[in-house]
Design a protein around this ligand. Structure first.
Ligand code: NDP
Length: 479
């Protein structure tokens, strides 16, 4: 006889549907009951709840940030005054340093390149910045959504940096091909320090502006930049994604990160190469190598411009003096010190040296690109190499094989090798041209520690498990 369905088991009943057992058998029904107190509408967080106060812990607090914001500009100037055609690289005698000090203090540098300030250079820098904004507005754009923000929104970014680079390189090529174009382009090299000063002034103004505006704009704040200490928050960056009133799509942070500074660096490098050409009548193989490496690094940024939206600078850091200075002064004026050196101290490398330098750079590029694309793939739901991973409670996957199984930041290792390849063409006559490599060791080690800390907060005990599986921090099997 077919079992009957009890009348009580209607769909509207809260009790589960029960099928009676066949005669002679007993069935026990266990009903789990749970109560969920869901609010009628998700609670909207207030501004204060979204932007809790933070502690000024990074860079040893307010005093540390004050020291860094004074020291870094000093280093940017020092790299010029300590390494140039007038006083050497570096000036090896006490007398040499005395001369530098006197000339700098009295603003009495023999060439325009070492003057503190020059209105022409300031005007040129402003024109360059405006040109970058105009390119951003008028060139075709690809809108890309950024990471999910704490307020549940995503920002839309206009990506068209690759068109800006192409247009700029096209204009520069046209300029250089004109009679006298190469000589004229050395103008940038000849205004080195005034351009540093103009960029520094811009970074300072931007940092002040975004700090003040963040009190009125209602914009989301960076979780680490809301300590209440003026110097600390101004340096670390109070607003997460500052904009300009009336231009909600103009994200000052991403714009600075991938436009005026990094493309400006390209122009500085080209100008240095022009300087060498004007002096020698040719380019040395060391200059060609260093130039190709650095130009490629810039172009590589634009092969997948949207990848920057996953970087800590964009997702987590606020925008303040640290990033404004880093983007506008530090990157363009200190990363290419080796090329500036080669402009006035040309060097011809042996074929063996060329091969060795190419090998270092090639290895760096390979590790940098492969590791970044392995991470990019897994973050976009792809796994073409069938790499092993850890599924975390947070919902995302952590790779445990491939480059990310060898160390927790293999991309930093690749980056460092790339940087070494930029410096090696200068030979071993001076330590100053190795400044960038040494600095990068410091930067990437600090960054790795910060990211480890962020990941521990994000992933909890999953991160501890991951660290056991991948114990090396940056250099596989070494550190
Ligand atoms: P990463 O690109 O290395 O990103 C770190 C994030 O990756 C973590 O927060 C985590 O975020 C995710 N992650 C960590 N481990 C794994 C894993 N095993 N599998 C998958 N995802 C993982 O850091 P940065 O943003 O610092 O650097 C970006 C690039 O920029 C790097 O290539 C770096 O070398 C370069 N860079 C260059 C500088 C220079 O001046 N030359 C300065 C700074 C950076 P989540 O899990 O939330 O996705």
């Amino acid at each position: 006889m077919a079992p009957k369905t009890p009348k009580s088991a209607s769909k509207s009943s809260s009790a589960p549907e029960v099928t009676p057992p066949p005669p002679g058998e007993t069935t026990t029904v266990i009903t789990a009951t749970t109560t969920l107190d869901l609010p009628a509408h998700p609670k909207t967080l207030t501004y204060e709840e979204l932007n809790p106060k933070s502690k000024p812990t990074e860079f040893f607090g307010p005093l540390g940030t004050f020291a860094v914001s004074s020291l870094c500009p000093t280093v940017a100037y020092f790299l010029y005054y300590g390494c140039n055609e007038t006083t050497g690289c570096p000036a090896m005698t006490a007398n040499g340093w005395r001369t530098i000090y006197d000339r700098v203090a009295n603003n009495d540098w023999p060439s325009q390149a070492g003057k503190w300030w020059d209105w022409q250079a300031a005007g040129a820098f402003m024109a360059w910045y405006v040109y970058c904004i105009v390119c951003w507005i008028v060139l075709p754009v690809q809108p890309v959504e950024g990471t999910l923000l704490r307020d549940g929104k995503r920002k839309k970014y206009w990506m068209n940096g690759h068109y800006t680079v192409l247009l700029t390189l096209g204009l520069v090529a046209g300029f250089l091909m004109r009679p006298g174009g190469i000589e004229a382009f050395t103008w940038i090299y000849d205004k080195w320090v005034p351009l540093v000063s103009a960029s520094l002034a811009m970074a300072f103004v931007q940092a002040c502006w975004v700090y003040v505006w963040s009190f009125f704009s209602g914009e989301l704040l960076a979780q680490g930049g809301n300590s209440g200490n003026v110097v600390y928050d101004w340096f670390i960056g109070r607003p997460l994604n500052p904009t300009f009133p009336g231009f909600p799509n103009f994200d000052i942070k991403t714009f600075n990160e991938v436009r005026p500074g990094i493309i400006g660096w390209l122009l500085l490098n080209i100008s240095c190469a022009c300087e060498q050409y004007v002096r020698l009548g040719r380019l040395t193989n060391s200059m060609v190598l260093a130039l190709l490496f650095e130009v490629y690094y810039v172009i590589d940024t634009y092969l997948d411009e949207s990848a920057i939206l996953n970087q800590i600078d964009i997702t987590t850091d606020g925008f303040g003096f640290m990033l404004a200075f880093g983007d506008l002064v530090w990157l363009p004026f200190t990363y290419g010190v080796s090329i500036r050196y080669l402009a006035f101290a040309p060097k011809d490398l042996s074929p063996l040296a060329v091969v060795a330098i190419l090998a270092v750079e090639g290895a760096g590029l390979y590790i940098f690109r492969t590791s970044n694309s392995e991470k990019h793939d897994i973050r976009h739901g792809r796994n073409p190499k069938n790499l092993t991973f850890m599924q975390t409670k947070r919902g995302t996957k952590l790779l445990t094989s491939g480059w990310w199984g060898r160390s927790r930041h293999p991309n930093y290792f690749g980056d460092w090798l790339i940087a070494l390849g930029w410096c090696l063409p200068t030979g071993f006559d001076t330590p100053i041209t190795y400044f960038y490599v040494v600095f990068l060791v410091f930067l990437l080690t600090c960054r790795q520690m910060r990211d480890d800390e962020f990941c521990r907060k994000k992933y909890g005990d999953d991160w501890d498990k991951y660290i056991k599986l991948v114990p090396y921090k940056i250099i596989p099997y070494v550190y």
